[in-house]
Design a protein around this ligand. Structure first.
Ligand SMILES: [Zn+2]
Length: 616
């Protein structure tokens, strides 16, 4: 995922010894995978847009591990259960008794099913709530055409349980099939095999032959068209957006090929993308076979396609080799951030990759400056006692990548690249912990090349604050030239019109980061007149310009800023902008008024974050 929404609460973890093998217990799930694991799921659901519910049944195929186990504990949130049945060995279905625990605000409600014996399959009839946090039901007015409704899911991190009763932990993987009913005229897509030629007559059928963790279950329903981009790649979007989306993502097939050259075969069949309406709360979600992306990445100049590289990279790091619980999040996102920069380099060259890397590292250091020391580790040192000491969700991206980059720089690519590919190959379709990686790092790299990293430094990366002193910072000559130009411009020695005529998006982002809270109101106004930053289609550049403008008290961009806040639902952009506006007495009432208009267009996760920010 890029960029993450914050988890509901601190992530804790308990490690227990089980059958002599260390088994990571997921504190965010009620499931007991040490007793029984779901091996396959079948969904038979109907989408009811009038009531904003999915209704039908989920059938779980079970692999019983503990011979004494007689109950199945599942995760649910806001689900209404109608009936549960189990299948006996003779094939007969039998009604099962069950209880639903009281609501835990963080984890939802545990569903305890009295299985009697050890049924091979369990069927749960249920329907979702209109307020299910994973599902966003959009009215026709909230779509581009304004004619048809739209619905999409966002299951990561622990919201799959709000649309399917299941073992909602990334330590359990299952294949799935689905049959989904939807109103005529709407197309259904899922994180599964999607047939671009399907008509939907008699419902939409899906098969996901590779085992996935629950957070990668995904569904989207809307007025969708599909365009092929290559032999294995395509894009789905609303009719009004399909052409711009197909143009923006034209390099996708080449990206898959570049990633394969680095990290081995793409193991998921097709790589398609679904462009969502603007309320999608994050940049992209790596749902296998069908990445979900924000429309804000359609910049009109292909300047944000590294977001696609990021989601594609998850086909190796995250989807193929998965963090066993959310405490090990850096194994998904830190690895993916590293792999992304390698794909970008392979496709767009060293200079572009270096610019992105320097920007990423600078933003990591800026983020570190805002975090207390105990939130700066990739992983906490004492996992069994530290429920409130958790890895900061955003830092795991650049810090994890910086750690891998450091190993790569010291070992050399001739050693490091096969090492990393071997990690993906040897742990394919498995869920892993940090301890698994450390074991692999020792046997696959450090035992042969102890000079690459000392134990003390390895500990510092994983458990310590900040960035270890021995880490090299990326330095891009093009970005270094910007420093000189910026300093001269701030002093008034360089005219605004002489800046940035040939700057790319990364260069503008760097410049705007560095003039934030430094440039005056007049300087930012002149910058906007010369380069129309408030009207740019590149949302990353626009966001950084508005942030600096708000800090400097530039109020004449309010119409454009209001349009941005109304049209963009990404938390990464809107939360800091509301926070900056709210911190200024002159802007507070205006920000509140904009938010009153915009709130209904945002995803519930975004609403909750902005509510929190504005109540400070
Ligand atoms: Zn990601």
């Amino acid at each position: 995922m890029k960029i993450p929404f914050l988890l509901r609460a601190a992530i804790g973890l308990a490690l227990v010894q089980c059958n002599a093998a260390a088994l990571a217990v997921d504190p965010l799930s009620y499931a007991h995978p040490e007793q029984v694991k779901t091996s396959a799921l079948h969904l038979d659901l109907k989408a009811d847009f009038a009531h904003k519910v999915l209704a039908g049944y989920a059938e779980l195929s079970l692999n019983w591990i503990d011979r004494g186990a007689r109950s199945l504990d599942l995760d649910t949130r806001e689900l209404t259960i109608a009936k549960i049945e189990g299948q006996d060995p003779d094939g007969r279905w039998r009604k099962l008794a069950y209880t639903l625990d009281a609501l835990d605000p963080e984890k939802g409600r545990a569903l305890h099913i009295a299985a009697g014996g050890q049924p091979g399959k369990v069927r749960i009839w249920y329907h979702t709530a209109p307020t299910a946090p994973a599902l966003q039901w959009l009215t026709p007015a909230q779509t581009m055409s304004g004619k048809r409704p739209f619905m999409f899911s966002q299951s990561e991190t622990i919201d799959a349980r709000s649309w399917v009763p299941l073992q909602d932990t990334p330590s359990v993987r299952f294949t799935y099939t689905a049959h989904i009913g939807a109103p005529r005229g709407l197309r259904v897509v899922m994180s599964a095999e999607n047939d671009p030629k399907a008509s939907g007559k008699g419902g939409w059928s899906f098969n996901m032959p590779q085992p996935i963790p629950s957070y990668l279950l995904a569904i989207g329903i809307g007025e969708l068209q599909v365009r092929s981009l290559g032999a294995r790649t395509g894009v789905y979007a609303e009719p009004q957006r399909i052409q711009s989306a197909a143009w923006e993502f034209a390099d996708t097939e080449k990206m898959v090929e570049a990633a394969e050259r680095l990290y081995g075969p793409y193991r998921w069949g097709r790589y398609d993308m679904l462009v969502l309406p603007p309320s999608f709360p994050i940049g992209g979600m790596e749902n296998p076979r069908m990445t979900f992306v924000t429309p804000t990445m359609i910049a009109g100049d292909r300047s944000l396609v590294d977001l696609i590289a990021h989601e594609l990279a998850h086909s190796w790091s995250g989807n193929l080799v998965t963090n066993a619980s959310w405490k090990h999040w850096w194994l998904n996102e830190g690895f993916t951030t590293y792999v992304t920069s390698r794909i970008v380099e392979a496709l767009y060259g060293e200079e572009t990759a270096l610019e992105n890397l320097q920007l990423e590292q600078e933003e990591a250091l800026a983020l570190l400056a805002t975090l207390p020391a105990e939130k700066q580790a990739l992983l906490t040192r004492d996992p069994d006692t530290s429920s409130e000491h958790y890895t900061d969700q955003e830092l795991a991206y650049p810090k994890g990548a910086w750690f891998l980059r450091t190993l790569e720089q010291r070992a050399g690519r001739a050693v490091f690249d096969p090492f990393l590919r071997g990690w993906f190959d040897s742990h394919a379709f498995q869920s892993v912990t940090t301890a698994d990686f450390v074991r692999y790092l020792r046997s696959g790299l450090l035992d042969q090349h102890p000079e690459v990293m000392t134990d003390a430094e390895l500990d510092e990366w994983l458990y310590g604050p900040g960035i270890p002193a021995g880490a090299r910072r990326a330095v891009s000559p093009r970005l270094a030239a910007l420093d000189t130009a910026r300093a001269a411009w701030l002093k008034g020695d360089v005219q605004t019109g002489d800046l940035g005529m040939d700057w790319n998006a990364a260069e503008w982002m760097k410049f705007l980061n560095d003039v934030d809270k430094v440039a005056t109101r007049a300087q930012l106004q002149a910058l906007d007149r010369a380069f129309h930053l408030s009207g740019t289609g590149n949302s990353e550049v626009a966001f950084r310009f508005y942030r600096a403008a708000v800090h400097a008290g530039v109020q004449d961009v309010r119409p454009q800023l209001e349009a941005f806040l109304l049209n963009v639902g990404r938390q990464k952009f809107v939360v800091p902008l509301y926070a900056a506006l709210h911190a200024r007495p002159d802007d507070r009432a205006w920000a509140d008024a904009v938010y009153r208009k915009a709130r209904a267009h945002y995803h519930p996760e975004t609403q909750a974050s902005v509510d929190r920010e504005l109540s400070k």
